[in-house]
Every structure is written in structure tokens, then in C-alpha cells.
Ligand binder design. Structure first.
Ligand SMILES: Cc1ncc(COP(=O)(O)O)c(C=O)c1O
Length: 402
């Protein structure tokens, strides 16, 4: 231990090698397996957050580890001037999964096309540029909701409906408008001829785990159809089996024009994707958008393995069932005022108690969650979490609340 390190091995912030964007780390983690992670001292924690809805197959899943090792030995990177098998296969699989349960979807052939990125913000950046290209000059405004979260690049930050986060970065790129969440009249009132697209999350994740009403999403679809506006759905947090369906918008029975995703796609390997209906994707021409790393074979080999496990284990059904068990268990506890969410993206409302203090107590007891609002905890565990682990999570929450 150097003189700059504390007992947990973490240096004080002023000596930290990383920029001070996150505040001091609470733990240094060294290993993970399934729903569990270990710190430097060998203490283990039940990970009920999955790196913020990323490690949906749990930590160190062997299928992903093997896919990475095999791909690294075969072809680790080529530029997007060339095609690779894993990228093409993942794009085809995503298109098929987006069609699950959608009656208008062709049985064979592609309904849409994919652009791969390295993160959720970049997937949304692609969607925002596509909306401008599709709308054409004079029709470039993107309407999103207050309370939303779409990323931290300058454009996705402006799409994010949290004005307090905008202030210190003004001026932000223009062309963004925010409306009240889950309020169809407010949205309709904002749709003038300058609007190219509406961008919404099916469940506002960072905003406090607030699911949309199905009628709201269906109403948005209708309004967008009537006016030739794109309906773009940000599934970065909700997508890929997290919410009891392949994509959370499927629960609401709507078909978006553009869908973005990221977090769970690589189970921890950085990768994002922006899917668009083929007629919409056609607005892009070669040279309009690009990335060095997005869609490279290492990341897409991981994504291919992730999707294969998700399909083999029928994770949409599993997350729906496990989510019900976790929600019912939490709702029955003294000190819990309400629970909300979809599948395994859940907020537990603590009835006015300070969520940061309860999350800190849970960490002491050996479980990781996060304080998603000042009075609510977020649970986003591995979708392969066992019933015993769910019951343990409920026991630990009960202890933390007494
Ligand atoms: C809905 C949503 N969109 C976009 C993002 C940004 O993703 P990333 O942090 O990978 O850029 C997030 C991240 O939490 C998110 O929850």
C-alpha cells in the first residue's frame, strides 16, 4: 500500500489516476462469477445491478469468454471497409428479434438495417443523425421527454430531458425539444413541421425506472404515422430481454422506426447498435456516418454469443418470471412504499427514506444496488439470477430496512 492509498486500496481523489467525474469509488472489485463479485479482500457481494443493466448473463459467462478468446485468436479487428461474419450475423439476429410477436414482420429477409457503435450514446448519436438526414433541411428537431436519459455526448445530452445536466455545457447543439413524460397531449402540441423524430425510452431507467403506459406508446406511434415523423425508441437500458420481452416496446405492442440498444449486447464488452427500418436507413449515404471500432469482430463475436445464450435460455420469459418474484417479495416488506418496473428493471420506493443510506447499508450487508432517485433503489440483476439469489436479495433488503 503506498502512502496515497487507503485501506481499500483506493487512492484519495486528488491522487486518483482517473478524472473526477464519478466521485470516490466505494470498492475495488477484482473478480466476478454469475451474480457475484469479489473485492480485493475476498469479500463477496450479490450484484443486483449488473454494471447498470450490462452483465445480463452474469459475470464471466463461459460462452462469452470462449467466444472472445476464439475470436481474438482468429481475427480481432478489421476496418468497416470489410465485412465480417459475426457482425452480419448479429445484425440479422437483432432484426429477427425485433420482429418477435410483430404481425407485419416478414417471415424471412430483413425488415431493417443496423449500424454498430461502441456505446449507448453513440447508438443514439447515430439515430439523431439519421433523423436529420431523413427529415431533410428545415425538419431536424427531435422531441424527447423530461426525465429521460439518452447519453453524455453533446447531442445526446441535449436530447436528455434533464435541464440541470445541460447548464454547465451550454451552448448545446440546437434542435431538441422536451415534453412532459407519458402525456400524449403535451407531445401532440410539440409536433410542428420542424419535427423529424420523437425519441423515447419505454421505461425511463436513469430517470427513476418509470415505465410508459402502453396507450401512450401506441398514441405516439399513431401521431408519428399521421405526420410522417420517425418514432425512435431508446432501448439502451431496457432492450435485450431485460424487461420481459426481447425489447420493452414489444410489451406495448408498437413497432418503432428506429431502435437503439447497447448495454446488454456484449455482456460487458463495449458495443451498441442502432437499428432502423430499411426505408429509413436508406436516408444515409456512404460517408454520412462512421466509426473505427463499431461492429468490429471481437465485439460482435461477444454479442453473437450473448444472443445465442439469451435465445437458448429464453431470457425474455425468464426475466418476466424473476421480475415478478423480486417485485412481489420487495413489495411485501415493511418500509417499502411501492415497487415499479418491467421484468428485471425494478425500482423499490422507500417511502421517504433516503435511498443512498439504504444502498450503503445493503453494501455493508453484501449486496449491490443503486439509489436511482433520492427515495428509490434500482434493481437490475443478471437475468440468470436464481430464485435462491432473489430470495436472498429480499432478505438482505429487509435487514437493510430495519
Ligand atoms: C436509456 C439510455 N440511453 C443511453 C444511455 C447512454 O449509454 P452509454 O453510457 O453506453 O453511452 C444510457 C446509459 O445509462 C441509457 O440508460
Amino acid at each position: 500500500m503506498t502512502s496515497h492509498q487507503d485501506a481499500m486500496g483506493a487512492p484519495p481523489l486528488e491522487h486518483c489516476p482517473l478524472m473526477p467525474t464519478y466521485g470516490p469509488p466505494t470498492l475495488q472489485l477484482v473478480r466476478g462469477e454469475g451474480s457475484w463479485v469479489w473485492d480485493r479482500d475476498g469479500t463477496k457481494y450479490l450484484d443486483l445491478l449488473s454494471g447498470l443493466a450490462v452483465t445480463s448473463l452474469g459475470h464471466s459467462h463461459p460462452a462469452v469468454a470462449d467466444a472472445l478468446a476464439d475470436q481474438a485468436r482468429t481475427l480481432l479487428h478489421v476496418s468497416n471497409l470489410f465485412g465480417t461474419e459475426p457482425g452480419w450475423q448479429v445484425a440479422q439476429t437483432l432484426d429477427r428479434l425485433l420482429g418477435t410477436g410483430q404481425p407485419g414482420w416478414p417471415a424471412t429477409g430483413m425488415r431493417g438495417q443496423v449500424f454498430f457503435s461502441n456505446s449507448g450514446a453513440e447508438a443514439n448519436e447515430c439515430a439523431l443523425k439519421l433523423a436529420r438526414r431523413f427529415g431533410g433541411r428545415g425538419r431536424h428537431v427531435v422531441v424527447s421527454a423530461f426525465g429521460s436519459f439518452h447519453g453524455r455526448t453533446l447531442a445526446t445530452l441535449h436530447a436528455t430531458g434533464q435541464p440541470a445536466k445541460h447548464e454547465v455545457f451550454q451552448p448545446l447543439p440546437e434542435g431538441f425539444r422536451h415534453v412532459a413524460w407519458n402525456d400524449l397531449d403535451a407531445l401532440e402540441a410539440s409536433l410542428d413541421p420542424s419535427v423529424a423524430a420523437v425519441l423515447l425510452e419505454p421505461v425511463q431507467g436513469e430517470g427513476g425506472v418509470n415505465p410508459a403506459d402502453a396507450a401512450y406508446f401506441q398514441g405516439v406511434r399513431r401521431l408519428c404515422d399521421e405526420r410522417g415523423i420517425l418514432f425512435m425508441v431508446d432501448e439502451v437500458q431496457t432492450g435485450l430481454a431485460r424487461c420481459g420481452a426481447w425489447f420493452a416496446h414489444q410489451v406495448f405492442d408498437v413497432e418503432p422506426d428506429v431502435v437503439t440498444m447497447a448495454k446488454a449486447l456484449g455482456n460487458g464488452v463495449p458495443i451498441g447498435a442502432c437499428w432502423a427500418r430499411t426505408e429509413v436507413a436508406a436516408a444515409f449515404e456512404p460517408g454520412d456516418h462512421a466509426t473505427t471500432f463499431g461492429g468490429q469482430p471481437l465485439a460482435t463475436a461477444a454479442a453473437r454469443a450473448v444472443l445465442a445464450v439469451m435465445e437458448a435460455e429464453d431470457l425474455p420469459a425468464r426475466s418476466a418470471r424473476a421480475g415478478e418474484r423480486l417485485m412481489a417479495g420487495a413489495a411485501a416488506l415493511e418500509g417499502v412504499a411501492a415497487v415499479r418496473g418491467l421484468g428485471l428493471l425494478i425500482a423499490v420506493e422507500l417511502g421517504g427514506r433516503e435511498s443512498k443510506a439504504v444502498a450503503a447499508r445493503l453494501l455493508e450487508l453484501g449486496a449491490i444496488v443503486n439509489a436511482v432517485t433520492p427515495t428509490a433503489l434500482r434493481f437490475a440483476p443478471s437475468l440468470l439470477i436464481s430464485d435462491d439469489e432473489i430470495d436472498l436479495a429480499i432478505d438482505l433488503l429487509a435487514k437493510a430496512l430495519t
